[in-house]
Design a protein around this ligand. Structure first.
Ligand code: ADP
Length: 490
């Protein structure tokens, strides 16, 4: 089956969070299973060009219809760790992808709507005829709309679309101007409640909703989150739409790329280790402490890695830090984010604890350091308000780092409490809590740090239980192929 992914991120060249990991990992798995896969991305100026091999222009003169005229666009090709990637490079005064940032621009709706139109124009002009187009989140939600409403009539009749919701909080709610810009010229048709009109604001276009309505299949990134966004306020207004389309909607847990995230082969960490050589993990703890200037002492090391965003449970992260320092644990944070207020908060916190030998906050994106933390920490907290899937807890499990998570979304599907989970002990792999408050996270931290201090043998069993889980792309890869097979045009 010939599959084309159209996405705004792909690790390691353009990665902001989990979306980038998922696009890369899933595509790799689909290829391993014998399917030709191509990925279409924007050609951002801030990408990791050092990770693209053989970059060359392959299509010089693509004219992409836009705002009643057209934009001269080039398409580049290169390999990203063996994946075939095409990069869309528009030459227009707006400089859509030369902003030194992936997201957070005032005209993100236009930037990515253009990208959708350009990707389809490229597929049409280059004569590519994939069986399945897989797109991701609101940034590429217009692909199925444009395919069905415009490009099928121009000859792209064969491809079917799978659309994955990675985070329903961000839906691409914008104005009707976007319809005109992309050539969807019948506002009365498209602004209908059954199509792109936002469920609550009658004058707004909701791109994610359009993607759900027009796709042949819609997935989200964990079964628990699928239920939450359909049935609770976690759907941020899209619950009804998902109910209407529930016959083509389901949750598929994301995988982790064990070629990248595996302590047995990880080139970023000082000492590789596995379940049979778990003692070597402690050499990584020592190295991490040296690198971050933490004191070497008999204490558990608790970590947080992730975007510093409201979603990730900012007050609980801060509470955990203070709790750890009061209760004989060390705390390390690696976080980046776009929200200035949250950044400032953590900046102030970093200055306040600067001289503390038991804590380090690293503000910024640092792939290399993230590997060292997964390998060196004893516990990893993920106290999210909501979490569609979450990769950090799954990566932590592979590294024998025990996750402490809030029981929501994909966290609830992957972490099973050492004391309470309705599973046999050898299948329990971490600690969970429910209430989104200080008492909630403390109830889990007390138990986790207590076990580390007083029952090291049991703690080690918990580490080993986690390392045995297979959260690779093996299962989800098969699930996605089944979905593709279900929707393909034969
Ligand atoms: P989200 O997609 O909401 O950002 P996930 O848990 O699904 O969260 O994915 C996060 C991914 O991004 C993981 O691979 C994690 O290691 C990585 N990551 C997050 N923040 C940072 C950072 N500051 N530096 C390095 N890697 C990070």
């Amino acid at each position: 089956m010939f599959i084309v992914h159209i996405a705004s991120e792909c690790a390691p060249v353009a990665k902001v969070g989990g979306l980038g990991d998922v696009v890369f990992g899933l595509c790799r798995e689909l290829e391993i299973r014998g399917n030709p896969v191509e990925i279409i991305l924007p050609k951002y100026d801030c990408m990791r060009y050092d990770r693209i091999w053989g970059l060359q222009m392959v299509h010089q003169d693509l004219w992409v219809p836009w705002e009643g005229g057209s934009i001269h666009t080039s398409v580049w090709f290169g390999f990203v760790e063996g994946r075939k990637c095409f990069f869309i490079d528009p030459h227009s005064p707006q400089n859509f992808f030369n902003r030194r940032a992936y997201y957070g621009q005032g005209d993100d709706d236009r930037r990515f709507a253009f990208f959708c139109r350009a990707a389809l124009e490229f597929l049409l002009r280059s004569g590519k005829n994939p069986d399945v187009i897989h797109c991701h989140d609101w940034q590429t939600a217009l692909v199925p709309v444009l395919l069905y409403e415009i490009y099928a009539g121009l000859g792209l009749r064969h491809p079917r679309v799978c659309f994955t919701l990675h985070n329903v909080k961000h839906q691409g709610v914008t104005g009707p101007h976007i319809l005109h810009a992309t050539g969807l010229h019948r506002p009365e048709h498209f602004m209908h409640y059954d199509r792109l009109r936002d469920n609550f604001n009658a004058n707004a276009v909701n791109l994610m909703k359009g993607g759900i309505v027009y796709s042949n299949f819609v997935t989200t990134v964990s079964p628990r989150y699928a239920g939450e966004i359909k049935n609770t306020d976690q759907g941020f207004g899209l619950g009804h739409t998902l109910h209407v389309h529930s016959g083509k909607f389901g949750g598929v847990l994301n995988g982790v790329d064990y070629d990248v995230w595996n302590p047995e082969v990880d080139g970023h960490i000082p000492r590789t280790y596995g379940p049979a050589t778990l003692d070597a993990k402690y050499a990584n703890k020592t190295e991490l402490r040296k690198r971050l200037l933490l004191r070497e002492d008999f204490r558990p090391l608790v970590a947080f890695i992730g975007r510093l965003d409201h979603q990730k449970g900012v007050p609980l992260i801060q509470h955990a830090l203070h709790w750890c320092l009061r209760n004989g644990a060390q705390f390390v944070l690696l976080g980046s984010g776009a929200d200035a207020a949250i950044q400032n908060d953590f900046g102030a916190l970093k200055r306040a604890i600067n001289d503390n030998p038991d804590s380090h906050l690293e503000l910024g994106f640092n792939e290399d350091l993230s590997h060292m933390i997964y390998a060196g920490a004893d516990l990893l907290i993920v106290p999210s308000l909501f979490e569609p899937c979450g990769l950090t807890q799954m990566i932590a499990l592979k590294y024998g780092t025990v996750p402490v998570v809030r029981e929501t979304g994909g966290l609830a599907d992957t972490v099973f409490d050492a004391d309470h989970a309705p599973r046999p002990y050898h299948e329990r792999n971490g600690y969970t809590f429910q209430a989104f408050d200080a008492a909630g996270i403390e109830s889990a931290l007390v138990r986790a740090v207590g076990l580390w201090n007083h029952y090291p043998r049991h703690f080690r069993e918990l580490m080993e239980n986690g390392m045995r889980y297979d959260y690779s792309w093996n299962h989800p890869g098969r699930d996605y192929l089944n979905i593709y097979d279900l929707i393909r045009d034969r």
